[in-house]
Write a protein that binds this ligand. Structure first.
Ligand code: NAD
Ligand code: DAU
Length: 339
């Protein structure tokens, strides 16, 4: 089985490559990534020399490059992680989100049709369901809910999901879609809540919490997400959407306080800053379908996952220090200095 994994130098894509190489040593994995600011080839260092792994630097929206690769490699399966993924950046500059997340997905699906790919899996997000109110803990995202969007990022991901379903119905492309809640774990870019707070706390810098900090996210350890996608690829039904999440809701403030406690840093580092525009209040997945149909359940509890994640950032300071010392400095200044 030959599999193309796009966005493989990013957070979840790289963890998925490690998962696949561990669990399916017979699979041939081709990793593709444009190596944007969020892609880091060093992340893939430990698998670069594996016989059943290769890396290609390419942009998923580059039709010529993508078609050439598909013609050369004859993939059986495509898993599309490649995306612009940070909501705050999409609010600053939506254009690149539309190009990568929508056009890029279209190009990959066109190539998949042309070269007879047997499964196209689109890695989606729970943000396409909009948000839930804070005072209705009985409500959860289910697969049959309406698609809506609060940010240019979620609008671009919703568009990609709609296109994928349309390619399935119109052309019979064998598509599956998964929609996961917030991931955390090793190799997450330090612009996202958990690694950003770990890095700032370690440097005794203020921890910028948007608004009141009461917004709720449903946290899932990245390996549990990767295992769920693997199960969808094996036993998922073509044309279906699977929500992935482990009923692990926490307010941002709870997450930040947990990080401070574990690092032995004072809560006085918490600094409330201006809210994110259009800030979604609460995400919460109902994972009944993937549990009942595929037998998936999360394996890592938040208390264990956050401990492992903090330890990983302590043990791999080189990896993230390089990132935050470069171009990221300017991003941080721009986003946080006058907030
Ligand atoms: P990430 O930003 O860490 O990684 C994205 C990767 O895609 C990077 O390596 C980047 O270089 C690459 N990329 C960007 N534009 C590209 C292009 N035009 N061509 C080729 N490669 C390109 O993101 P992530 O957090 O790993 O998210 C991966 C996928 O999972 C995304 O589709 C995202 O929407 C989805 N998702 C993420 C989460 C989460 O909590 N992080 C949750 C649910 C779904
Ligand atoms: O739900 C899935 C989504 O989760 C994915 O589709 C996205 O790719 C991923 O980035 C994530 O989106 P969020 O916007 O929820 O993640 P982020 O880490 O940016 O923010 C989490 C929460 O923390 C959110 O309520 C905003 C808040 N926050 C974030 C940052 C970066 C802060 O309060 N301060 C910050 O500095």
């Amino acid at each position: 089985m030959k599999m193309l994994v796009t966005g493989a130098a990013g957070f979840i894509g790289s963890n998925f490559v490690f998962h696949m190489l561990d669990e399916h040593p017979d699979a041939q994995i081709v990793a593709l990534d444009a190596l944007t600011y969020a892609g880091n080839l060093e992340t893939l260092d430990k698998v670069m020399d594996e016989d059943n792994f290769s890396f290609v630097k390419a942009d998923i929206a580059d039709r010529e490059a993508v078609f050439q690769l598909f013609e050369d490699e004859k993939f059986d399966v495509v898993v599309n992680f490649a995306a612009e993924s940070h909501v705050d950046r999409s609010i600053e500059d939506p254009g690149v989100f539309l190009r990568t997340n929508i056009i890029g997905t279209q190009v990959l699906m066109d190539a998949s049709r042309e070269f007879g790919v047997q499964r196209f899996h689109q890695v989606g997000t729970d943000e396409v369901y909009g948000d839930l109110p804070l005072d209705r803990p009985d409500l959860f995202f289910t697969e049959d809910m309406n698609i809506t969007a609060s940010s240019p990022y979620s609008a671009s991901k919703a568009s990609a999901d709609l296109l994928a379903m349309a390619y399935h119905r119109t052309y019979g492309l064998p598509v599956t879609i998964s929609r996961c809640s917030n991931n955390y774990g090793p190799y997450q870019f330090p612009e996202k809540l958990i690694p950003l707070m770990i890095a700032n706390a370690l440097a005794d810098k203020p921890l910028p919490v948007y608004g009141t900090g009461e917004n709720v996210r449903d946290w899932l350890y990245v390996e549990d997400h990767c295992r769920a996608i693997d199960m969808v690829l094996q036993d998922g039904k073509v044309g279906e959407v699977y929500n992935i999440g482990g009923h692990n809701e926490k307010s941002n403030l709870e997450v930040v306080k947990t990080i401070l406690r574990q690092l032995g840093k004072p809560e006085s580092l918490i600094t409330f800053v201006g809210d994110r525009k259009g800030h979604d209040l609460r995400y919460a997945i109902d994972p009944t379908k993937i549990h009942n149909d595929l037998g998936w359940l999360p394996e890592t509890k938040f208390d264990d996952g956050i401990r492992m994640t903090i330890q990983w950032y302590l043990d791999n300071e080189d990896w993230w220090q390089k990132i935050i010392s470069g171009e990221y400095q300017q991003y941080y200044e721009k986003m946080y200095s006058n907030r």
